[in-house]
Design a protein around this ligand. Structure first.
Ligand code: GLV
Ligand code: MN
Length: 215
């Protein structure tokens, strides 16, 4: 009886150790080898002896993104694609530029929590919790404020000032991804059938058709 108990305890312990060991990197770094044909979750590692400082470096976030678009904002991402040293490290960066009254429209990151720091301007930000509450949590941010958008929840930011705004975000994935709600729902390729969207939004097919034409 005691033997059975001890071996099941050992098994539980081993399982725990494996889980814990799998939570973080198992080596100092794993710089992305973007040319490797090996299919893994992320990128295969470059040979550590051929890694250079430039693999851990990106330059360019001092440059304003091009906000000449219908929403008046631009997200410039620094992910594992731009900075191979991020591979396996679970973090990325973004610069977000906003014209006066520019909007970073409702979207979510399928693989990341976002921690936004406002460097210039005034932003109205918000996110919506999951069903059935769909609670809308919103706040006005000023220079130096920090706000967290929890992983996978729909969120937005709008510049509510008459000057440009600038934010920097940290994202908890090397490849956070962005799903912009309007583009995904109304601009999918091919289109989702108009009658499906009309029923989902409880509106007419004509309204949906007009919206689809914009995306
Ligand atoms: C970036 O995706 C952002 O929401 O700031
Ligand atoms: Mn975001």
């Amino acid at each position: 009886m005691a033997r059975v108990y001890i071996s099941s305890l050992l098994l539980t312990l081993m399982f725990h150790i494996v889980i814990v060991a799998g939570q973080g990197p198992l080596q100092d770094f794993c710089v992305a080898d973007t040319k490797s044909q090996v299919m893994v979750n992320g990128f295969a590692c470059k040979n550590p002896s051929s890694v250079e400082a430039s693999d851990f470096f990106f330059s360019g976030l001092h440059m304003k993104g091009n906000t000449s678009n219908p929403v008046g904002s631009k997200v410039t991402l620094v992910t594992v694609k731009e900075l191979p040293g991020l591979n396996t490290l679970g973090i990325a960066m973004a610069r977000v530029d906003y014209e006066p009254w520019g909007l970073n429209p409702p979207h979510f990151h399928p693989r990341a929590t976002e921690l936004l720091t406002l460097l210039e301007g005034t932003l109205e930000v918000g996110f919506v919790t999951s069903n059935p509450e769909n609670r809308f949590i919103t706040k006005v941010l000023h220079k130096g404020d920090v706000f967290v958008f929890p992983m996978k929840l729909i969120h937005f930011q709008r510049n509510i000032g008459n000057t440009k705004a600038l934010a920097i975000s940290a994202l908890s994935s090397q490849n956070p991804g962005i799903v912009t709600i309007a583009n995904a729902v109304l601009g999918s390729k091919p289109d989702i059938s108009i009658d499906i969207l009309a029923k989902a939004f409880q509106t007419s097919e004509e309204v949906i058709n007009n919206m689809q034409l914009k995306f």
